[in-house]
Design a protein around this ligand. Structure first.
Ligand code: ZN
Length: 377
């Protein structure tokens, strides 16, 4: 049987260069109108029992090439469970080796969360009687920007994910967060919904998601560099979400991402904003401490460098929302690799583990919500 490679589906990304026996040479395709690339998601057919050698020839030019060291690609044959497969990075080429048992195997940078799955997530959540679903507007490709409102409390809590569409772990996190928040028997959910109103955008970048992008929208724009001045032409996703935030106000916000290089879960804050207040910073620290106590999958030793006073990048949402609203804001980063403090050799960092971390993040919010109420009084 002849080996065949395809990516003409929701979230697919790969270019076939050559097939030679069981070896397939491939390239990742850049985001449209952008130089960024690193997300891949493709299907190999005709592969049962064959020792595949998949070589991504342009891996060395990817957005975060240092992210390939210690990284293992994911493979699925049932499109439900995604396992790590043998992967090595040498001479700027990423080589994936696997011997599928069936004639159809799927490979991806991380377990994909497609737009079809996104629509299932939104439809399921919207059926809950206490959820208000709305579209905040449309993207450049004409997709809806889905928004969910949950709860009746006075605090405005914003959770939004996937500004960077290749960071699919961010929407697996959203699945876990919504499961917990909408569990009517869960005491943390019941208390949070009484004390706060949750404003949730599970996917900030539907166009990049469907197009198989790493980092940008349909116009090649990095949405997390637009928050100081979003526009209908370049970044309607940010424009519409920020307009809604101005209507609701923001007391607490979490922006959910994935990081290519660091094998750990960590938070980044809003240090360096012009209006920095000690009390605001102390609440970020209190939240981080609470999450560290609640989840062995979260740590505070590894992370990004902290901005010096006055040096915050206000084009990024976490800094912009902390500055504009005086809110407690944060960026959550999860790994493409694994959490090295608690590794899982089979799956690495995985959809299930994203969902569990989301549950812990809500518990951490519950642990500090009295302090947030006090701060906003
Ligand atoms: Zn990101």
């Amino acid at each position: 049987m002849t080996l065949s490679v395809s990516s003409a589906f929701d979230g697919g990304n790969i270019r076939l260069v050559a097939v030679d026996g069981d070896r397939i040479d491939l390239e990742i395709v850049s985001d449209h109108q952008s130089d960024f690339y690193q997300w891949f998601h493709f299907r190999v057919t005709g592969c049962a029992g064959r020792a595949l050698e998949l070589r991504i020839l342009n891996a060395g030019g990817a957005a975060y090439a240092h992210g390939w060291d210690g990284y293992r690609a994911r493979m699925s044959e049932d499109r439900e469970s995604w396992r790590q497969v043998d992967t090595s990075y040498q001479g700027r080429v990423l080589t994936i080796r696997a011997t599928p048992t069936t004639n159809s195997a799927w490979f991806a940078y991380f377990a994909p969360f497609t737009m079809e799955r996104h629509h299932d997530l939104i439809a399921g959540a919207a059926l809950h009687p206490d959820v208000e679903h709305r579209s905040l507007g449309q993207t450049l490709d004409g997709q809806e920007i889905d928004y969910l409102k949950i709860g009746t409390g006075p605090l405005s809590v914003w959770l939004y994910a996937r500004q960077h569409p290749g960071e699919s772990m961010a929407e697996w996190w959203m699945e876990g967060a919504l499961e917990r928040l909408l569990d009517d028997a869960d005491p943390v959910a019941r208390s949070l919904r009484a004390r706060a109103t949750f404003h949730i955008v599970p996917n900030m970048n539907p166009d990049g998601t469907r197009r198989g992008h790493l980092r940008t929208n349909a116009a090649g724009v990095n949405l997390n560099r637009e928050w100081h001045a979003p526009s209908a032409e370049r970044s309607p996703e940010v424009l519409h979400v920020l307009e809604e935030m101005k209507r609701t106000g923001v007391d607490f916000a979490m922006d959910v991402h994935g990081d290519e290089a660091i094998p750990a879960n960590f938070l980044a804050g809003f240090e360096g904003i012009p209006s920095w207040k000690e009390e605001q910073g102390a609440l970020f620290a209190a939240y981080s401490d609470a999450l560290e106590r609640l989840s062995p999958d979260f740590q505070t030793k590894q992370g990004y460098e902290i901005a010096a006073p006055g040096q915050a990048n206000l084009s990024m949402s976490t800094a912009q929302l902390a500055e504009r609203f005086g809110a407690v804001t944060m960026t959550l980063e999860m790994p493409f690799k694994d959490n090295d403090d608690l590794p899982d050799p089979e799956e690495g960092w995985s959809p299930d583990r994203c969902r569990h971390l989301a549950r812990a993040c809500l518990a951490a919010l519950h642990a500090v919500i009295g302090q947030v109420e006090e701060y906003r009084r």
